[in-house]
Design a binder for this molecule. Sequence first.
Ligand SMILES: [Zn+2]
Length: 273
Amino acid sequence: MSTLIIDSHCHAGKGDGLSGPWDTNAPLKDYLQWCNDAGVHRTVLFAALHADYARANFEVANIVRSDPGRFYGYAFLDAERDKGRIHSMVRTAVEEYHFCGIKVHRHDAPISREICAAARQFRLPVLYDVTGEIATVELLATEYPDINFIIPHLGTFSDNWSWQLSFIDHLVRHPNIYTDSSGVKRFDLFKMAYERAGAHKILFGSDGPWLHPGVELAKILYLKASPEEEALMLSGNFLRLTRQARSHQRQRQNQYHLHNQHLTKPPLATARL
Ligand SMILES: [Zn+2]
């Protein structure tokens, strides 16, 4: 039986900017073909950079809903623009969209305590692109030891060797700090992260649809890990980090279906449990 492969980092939907693909458009058509070619079974989706994440998350929810066996969703949040509505956005994402994680990008604003409080309440991992602000990781790890943070690209998409090198130290020291493989160019540093921090701290992610999931996947395979360790990186770690969020969703869906068996139209309060 082949190992389940889940791409834990892919954007989807329209952006509302024109700076580059990252805030303009994230179409999945080619990406899904590439997944077929590379043997990637499932994908975690979240928005492109956007000025209104409530709208962008809704669009991602519709894509996830189109094939819930193929896609998972994360809620994208802007700590500044969404200030005051973070909790309600996360509640909508979890209860109505069945999302199982949070995405925050330092390009929008630095992560806030409001976001961490919502992650804690809904037991969601936070995928936070620190864009090279590595020291923040120390604060997140120690202030919120019960929240799991995935810091993509070894801390920076920009291949900055010294930032990525210093990030590996945080990855080794803090049990709640993880990383993904997406966009990491320096294979020697990626291998160092695996050897020093361990396979249980690394998630396969592609940063699709702009990067080819097969190319990103090759980096995991060339680590030449044991089949057990490889399985952790390819899907096991993601499934473990999102287990609580996903099991609550299943309970809610089961409650909903149970009520549906007895009532043609469940009371609204029940349907929204
Ligand atoms: Zn990304």
